[in-house]
Design a protein around this ligand. Structure first.
Ligand code: PRX
Length: 635
């Protein structure tokens, strides 16, 4: 029996049971029946969470682009693979069929080869949401190059850090990008970043906004003339299952961003299988995920998962507010979108605009709605359900992470029930556990704890690029023989999971993971700043916003505090990007610390969240007196 497409509740339980009782048999069947292999595996799974080392489908060979493109050519050659909707609604939509995608990926792959890119080389992609982004990702995968996409909202410093960390030889970018009514000078950012990146040999530039840019002789070239000349077929590189597919950076609670390494076969199998079931994709559906391919959601559920299923996937270049806040609904109406997957922060921003803009459009094509990236609050859930889904489209609140590669806890529409603010049940093959602070598993229902996963799943990240020890320390050391997610969760009386948020120093702002350390480092670069600490506080659109406590070197008297605030935010924008800017900056006489010198963020978090009534015993602090001062001056 094929378990590829789950259609009702009983079937979910049956298949789930099978997948955890005998994972190897289960995943072998899925892999065998639904994908194209150049050579079959010798062993389905070997794993050791102590090392940690995880290998799926060892011994097999494949190419993920053959699975995502070539194998559809016979049956779906003229079907739209990528439906590109530009920033400007006046510009025509582009329908890229599977046949055209094949040709464009092949040409791009040949260009990469002609520039000396070989299997295993890292290519950094810093492109806006234009077709070249998806095509270049696939072109890398076709020749076995490892892509590392950096979201094109990151600053030059953030970009150069990532390029150097993965030692990329090449950067792909564009002359600029559109973002609503604005344009962004991406090539300028790349030029600045590359001043610190001696390893980059070439930069290929896609033309998008027709702006005047600098082209550095011997390094930079326009992409289009190279594509025009390139041969339109490119044989696949045959890859081993555990060969690296991509590196994608995510924030850690301390230090450098972590380059999560995903490998080929397990990632393909799991993203394809989750896509099919979580979105209940059917042949003529038009699926739209509003994420950017610069994030994991875009990798797994704009590019690989949908294309592996021969789906039509929408790629939207713009923003939800341009030309007005009806743009998402306009696109749903125009293309008869059937599955719509977005983030709670977008839902909250749109809900704020009222329902008139939604009602203007025909949304009757919608069948499934999705949410991802942060907890969805009750109000946003109901607004989404009533106004967008008209109470007939189930909402899949999907919990997962850059590290997990694919969706981990989620309802399966029309099979498992939904419940506002709950990600509900583990997906097939996923074995969650809630742990207490002493490292013991908390069994039973109506409990909460730290969310871990007990058993490997195919798309889990295999390491942190260049730092396996950090991978082990971050994910496999807190709890023995468990993958630790960094999130807290509760399990209700029937066993549904609700994610309660991060339990480490990662803060999720508008669905973006931000580590406190790099932001504090940026603040501390200001010559007047002695030290700083940032925490999250609740925000009605962003979910969390950032609150900075900053101690100046002198008393700060006579200084224009607003100016310092502006300068601090400018530093953050330069070092990381505008997404990490602080909403509030409070100047303090000191920061509360333990006797060993650790900043008590818990106290700062409570004060920033207007919850300073019950701070607990602060008498053991090194400097309890600063707490009152901070409370008195809270913003
Ligand atoms: O805290 C969880 C939150 O986002 C974190 C992962 O962020 P990132 O690696 O950027 O991936 C985001 C897209 C998959 C998680 O540790 N998170 C993600 N989805 C949810 C969520 N929190 C609550 N509910 C969700 N559905």
């Amino acid at each position: 029996m094929s378990n590829y497409h789950i259609k009702h509740f009983e079937e979910y339980f049956q298949v789930y049971r099978k997948s955890v009782r005998n994972p190897e048999v289960f995943w072998e069947e899925i892999a065998e029946e639904h994908f194209l292999w150049r050579k079959k595996w010798d062993n389905v799974l070997s794993w050791d969470f102590k090392k940690p080392e995880i290998k799926w489908f060892e011994g097999a060979q494949l190419n993920i682009t053959e699975n995502c493109i070539d194998r559809h050519l016979h049956t779906r050659g003229d079907k739209t693979a990528i439906l590109f909707e530009p920033n400007n609604p006046e510009e025509p939509t582009e329908h890229i069929t599977y046949r055209q995608l094949h040709e464009r990926v092949c040409k791009f792959a040949n260009v990469l080869k002609s520039k000396g890119i070989k299997k295993g080389d890292r290519v950094c992609i810093y492109l806006p949401m234009i077709p070249e982004l998806a095509i270049s990702v696939l072109a890398c995968a076709r020749i076995g190059a490892v892509h590392s996409v950096v979201f094109a909202g990151f600053s030059a410093t953030a970009l150069s850090t990532r390029i150097n960390d993965c030692d990329a030889k090449m950067v792909l970018t564009s002359d600029g990008s559109y973002r609503g009514a604005k344009t962004i000078d991406l090539k300028g950012i790349v030029d600045e970043a590359l001043e610190d990146c001696p390893g980059v040999e070439s930069v290929l530039v896609a033309k998008r906004i027709n702006s005047e840019i600098n082209m550095k002789a011997g390094r930079d070239e326009w992409l289009q003339p190279l594509l025009d000349e390139a041969y339109s077929d490119c044989v696949i590189e045959i890859m081993d299952t555990e060969d690296p597919l991509f590196i994608l950076y995510t924030s850690g609670s301390t230090g450098m961003p972590k380059g999560m390494l995903h490998t080929t076969a397990g990632y393909m199998v799991y993203t394809a299988y989750t896509f099919k079931n979580v979105f209940q994709y059917r042949e003529n559906d038009v699926y739209w995920c509003t994420a950017d391919i610069g994030w994991i959601t875009g990798h797994s559920y704009i590019v690989y998962g949908p294309l592996a299923n021969g789906a039509t996937t929408v790629m939207f270049e713009g923003v939800p507010s341009y030309p007005d806040f009806g743009r998402f609904w306009d696109i749903v109406d125009k293309h008869k979108v059937t599955q719509f997957y977005t983030a709670p922060t977008a839902i909250r921003a749109l809900a704020k605009q009222g329902s008139e803009l939604v009602e203007k459009y025909d949304l009757s094509s919608l069948k499934v709605l999705g949410s991802v990236g942060e907890p969805i609050n009750e109000e946003a859930w109901h607004w989404y359900n009533e106004n967008v889904g008209k109470k007939k489209s189930p909402i899949v609140d999907t919990w997962w992470q850059t590290e997990t590669g694919g969706i981990m806890i989620t309802p399966i529409p029309f099979s498992t029930p939904t419940k506002p603010t709950y990600a509900t049940l583990p997906f097939i093959g996923i074995q969650p556990a809630l742990m207490d602070e002493n490292g013991k598993e908390i069994k039973g229902n109506q409990v909460d704890g730290r969310l871990c996963i007990k058993f490997p799943w195919p798309s889990m990240a295999r390491t942190i690029w260049g730092n396996h020890q950090r991978y082990k320390d971050t994910y496999f050391s807190a709890f023995e023989d468990m993958y630790f997610t960094g999130d807290g969760a509760l399990r209700d009386e029937v066993g549904f999971y609700r994610i309660t948020g991060r339990v480490d120093d990662v803060i999720i702002v508008s669905g973006h993971n931000l580590g406190t350390a790099p932001i504090e480092d940026a603040i501390n670069e200001h010559q007047a700043v002695a030290e700083s600490a940032i925490v999250g506080f609740p925000h009605d659109v962003k979910g969390n916003a950032l609150y900075g406590y900053v101690t100046l070197k002198d008393t700060g008297e006579g200084r224009d505090h607003d100016n310092v605030r502006k300068e601090i935010n400018q530093l953050i924008t330069d070092r990381i990007g505008p997404i990490a800017k602080l909403d509030k900056i409070q100047f303090t006489t000191g920061l509360p610390k333990t006797r060993s010198g650790k900043i008590m963020r818990r106290i700062l978090r409570k004060i920033a969240s207007n919850d300073a009534e019950n701070l607990g015993d602060i008498s053991t602090l090194l400097n309890p007196e600063v707490v009152q001062d901070i409370k008195d001056n809270v913003l």
